[in-house]
Design a binder for this molecule. Structure first.
Ligand SMILES: [Zn+2]
Length: 359
């Protein structure tokens, strides 16, 4: 690293940023600047649907630009999980995602010393862009899991709304793990999540990735799946691969070989990701605000997904463990296109100025 944080902050005169990173982004799911989506925008339309479509589960498009048919809901409760923030109606996913979460929750209790998981946002009933909170989570293959273990009691709906996020970071310190909240079980939980072949990558805060790089003494084969990203200090984000046979699903370019404890991580510990954008020149025109995403910007099939008939009720589409991943798809496997890593920012947050090429 060329220079340390204290030096970086002095140089940029932005001590307040430590607070912003520790607190503002700590909520993880909630973006700092949300504006109400316009009527007719993809966010408004997909955010306004309360039930999934009937029929086969299909992820359509890319994690950050797509939608989903045939979603199933994670049951609000299981022996080793509880779904959070139920009012958001975002516990919908592809059956492979829901099956993986249930399996992961059981394995976490068995192998990671983690009594059960708290599941945050998965996707809207028909996926698509959300009115608040995430750039991805659009095709039912992304899920947020809290870095807080499940409490021993069944929480009420109100408790699930109100339980505050716990950041793993020290307040007022730059990208530093708080040793009072971080445990060996957190590390085991993350490596367990990364161990499933269906899991494509996992987004964690850069400080968490660094902690893992510095302290994980077990098998490091899957450590490279942990990808540093803004926020993600009170939850982590599991992204699944396109399931076999999901012809309409656009894969993400795979993570680079190796453990990722390299310059792609070190970059986060320089001022570059946190520097404010350069002020425009005095004679420059003010930049146009980005255009809202419309349904016509999504894959063509997403318009039909919006119009398709609903299942009868949430209960009718709640995953019961019997829909096997193998029956979720009937289409023949096809070579799916891949999309660039930069299009796949997982959640709302400031956009990095210039990501280094990953080694
Ligand atoms: Zn997420």
């Amino acid at each position: 690293m060329a220079f340390g944080f204290a030096q970086a902050f002095r140089r940029f005169g932005r001590l307040a940023l430590a607070g912003a990173i520790g607190a503002g982004l700590a909520a993880g799911d909630v973006g700092a600047e949300q504006k109400t989506p316009s009527p007719g925008s993809a966010k408004a339309l997909f955010g306004g649907v309360s039930l999934p479509t009937q029929g086969l589960a299909q992820p359509i498009g890319f994690y950050a630009k797509g939608c989903m048919a045939g979603a199933v809901a994670l049951p609000t409760d299981g022996p080793t999980w509880q779904a959070m923030r139920l009012s958001r109606n975002r516990r919908w996913g592809n059956p492979v995602t829901i099956a993986l979460l249930e399996r992961f929750s059981q394995d976490a209790a068995k192998y990671a010393g983690w009594p059960g998981i708290l599941v945050g946002d998965i996707a809207q009933p028909r996926g698509g862009p959300m009115p608040s909170g995430h750039a991805s989570h659009q095709i039912g293959l992304d899920a947020d899991v809290w870095l807080t273990p499940m409490p021993p009691h069944r929480m009420t709906a109100d408790e699930r709304e109100d339980l505050p996020f716990t950041s793993m970071l020290q307040k007022n310190k730059f990208l530093t793990i708080d040793p009072r909240v971080w445990t060996e079980s957190h590390a085991r939980l993350l490596m367990l999540a990364a161990s499933y072949p269906q899991v494509e990558r996992i987004f964690v805060n850069p400080a968490i990735k660094k902690k893992m790089c510095d302290t994980w003494t077990g098998d490091r084969t899957n450590l490279g799946k942990l990808r540093p990203e803004y926020g993600h200090d009170s939850h982590f984000h599991i992204r699944l691969k396109c399931p076999p046979g999901a012809a309409g699903c656009t894969s993400q370019a795979p993570v680079a070989a190796g453990d990722g404890c390299d310059k792609s991580l070190a970059w986060w510990f320089t001022p570059a990701p946190w520097a404010p954008p350069k002020p425009p020149k005095a004679d420059a025109k003010p930049p146009k605000p980005p255009r809202e995403m419309m349904v016509s910007d999504l894959p063509k099939a997403c318009a039909a997904v919006l119009d398709a008939a609903s299942v009868a009720s949430i209960q009718a589409a709640t995953y019961d463990g019997e829909t096997s991943a193998a029956t979720a798809f009937t289409a023949a496997p096809a070579a799916a296109p891949t999309a660039d890593d930069d299009e796949a920012l997982p959640d709302v947050g400031p956009v990095p100025n210039d990501k280094p090429t990953i080694q």
